[in-house]
Design a protein around this ligand. Structure first.
Ligand code: FAD
Length: 422
């Protein structure tokens, strides 16, 4: 492999930036190409003319992710934490607040005469927490899997707690309220919620990729540069502009469908090409959002709801809204056929039933539709697919592993290690 040419990395999302970071630290020249106008891929934050900072879809960093701990300077990110737990709106319209449900299930679920689940359910959460606590995350991810729903039932939880807690909580993490996502990933995420915090950088999620990008030398990231083809088994990259670039090796760090176009069906196994969509509708309020003084996520257990989870980002980080205004993020998981306006009008009565008549004063800021938010990860899919697909051709990203920032960062690091011969 030529040492003079840079290693070309296609995609400046978390996987591509992680790969570039580790290669650069080892002294290897890198060139990162991205079609978009900024780094981050699916981790982007827009600043509106009014001064709101809107993440493109509700997203959090779990601070105990092993790859995130390796990568980020948490202090410089000025991380702001959500409280552990959730306010859950139950199918019968009642609302209950769960604080620390995974760390302290007996205390958390005791407030109400158990509308969430039975005593056995709470004891089972405590048991699973103890079982998972000391295990290595890789060990959990390597477990044989079934669907999360089958796992929860086999573990002994009642339908009541599955409907009232697991479906809205983990369905929100997976963007999959059917809980068809693989159970090894459930165990991993459950452990991560026990051991770490759910946090966001004070200025929004895009600060994560920006922090990595800032470590790379000037000129090593080219934005607005879509790649059309990878040629010569990874030694040449042709841009959409027609320009060709020589590479010591090429790393395809795009999302799955783009990788399939660049690598061809042979090199891009099709396992994770299916993806789950989500829609995030932002509202602004005059004055603070109705968070009841909590920094908790609000989850909706009602099966017909469109407002699946509601967050108040400015209560967690004041910097994401102009002074004196509140920000509300409403996530609708899965596919739907509503226009943005129709969805907003569909959400309002649901939100009014939850947060009261003040909802009429909220104004719609923006709607983000993310068609390919998370790769589908079901039972039987390998926790990681091969990262090297040719002598000088590699791939990384969540789609070759499981749907998480941890997977994107981890596969990027591992490709760098393969290239460095570690
Ligand atoms: C709404 C939402 C919520 C999420 N919530 C969480 C969460 O709470 N916790 C968590 O851990 N994970 C979450 N995720 C998942 C996490 O964001 C992803 O796993 C991760 O960002 C994927 O990074 P990546 O680098 O693999 O891919 P991407 O971010 O998709 O990056 C791929 C890059 O490739 C570029 N590209 C594509 N084609 C080309 C081309 N031909 N030429 C040049 N460039 C190209 C794209 O522009 C993009 O920048 C969420 C994702 C979304 C969308």
């Amino acid at each position: 492999m030529s040492q003079q040419q840079p290693i070309i990395i296609i995609g400046a999302g978390m996987a591509g930036l992680a790969c570039a970071n580790w290669l650069h630290r080892a002294g290897r020249p890198v060139l990162v190409l991205d079609a978009a106008d900024a780094v981050g891929g699916r981790v982007r934050t827009d600043i509106t003319p009014e001064g709101f900072r809107l993440d493109r879809g509700f997203q959090i960093l779990l601070t105990d992710y092993p790859e995130a701990r390796r990568m980020f300077d948490y202090g410089a990110l000025d991380l702001k934490k959500y409280q552990s737990g959730a306010v859950v709106q139950l199918p019968d319209g009642r609302e209950t607040t769960l604080e620390n449900p995974l760390q302290q299930p007996l205390a958390a679920f005791s407030a109400l005469a158990s509308p969430i689940g039975t005593l056995k359910d709470k004891l089972l959460i405590a048991r699973l927490a103890t079982e998972l606590q000391g295990q290595a995350p890789e060990t959990l991810l390597a477990q044989p899997a079934e669907t999360t729903l089958a796992y929860l039932r086999r573990y002994g939880w009642s339908e009541q707690i599955i409907t009232n807690f697991f479906r809205p909580f983990f369905g929100g993490v997976y963007l999959d309220r059917e809980l068809s996502t693989a159970s090894n990933f459930f165990q991993f995420v459950f452990q991560q919620f026990i051991k770490g915090d759910a946090a966001v950088p004070a200025l929004g999620m895009q600060q994560l990729p920006e922090q990595i990008a800032a470590r790379l030398p000037a000129g090593s990231i080219r934005l607005n540069t879509p790649v059309a083809a990878v040629l010569d088994a990874g030694r040449t990259v042709r841009l959409a502009s027609g320009e060709t670039l020589a590479a010591a090796a090429t790393v395809v760090a795009t999302d799955g469908p783009a990788a399939a176009r660049l690598l061809g069906a042979e090199a891009a196994t099709t396992a994770n090409l299916a993806a789950r969509p989500t829609t995030c509708t932002y509202f602004a309020t005059p004055g603070a959002a109705p968070s009841h003084g909590h920094k908790l996520l609000h989850l909706n257990a009602q099966p017909e709801a469109f407002a699946h989870n509601v967050a108040f980002p400015a209560e967690v980080s004041a910097a994401v809204a102009p002074a004196g205004q509140g920000l509300i993020s409403v996530s609708t998981h899965g596919a739907h056929s509503l226009t943005d306006d129709a969805l907003t009008e569909r959400l309002r009565p649901e939100l009014a039933a939850w947060f009261g008549p003040a909802v009429a004063q909220w104004w719609h800021l923006r709607t983000y539709r993310i068609a390919q938010a998370l790769p589908v990860y079901g039972p039987g899919q390998p926790v990681q697919q091969p990262l090297q697909v040719g002598d000088a051709l590699f791939r990384c990203g969540d789609w070759v592993a499981y749907p998480s920032l941890n997977a994107a960062l981890g596969t990027g690091r591992q490709v760098a290690e393969l290239l460095l011969g570690k």
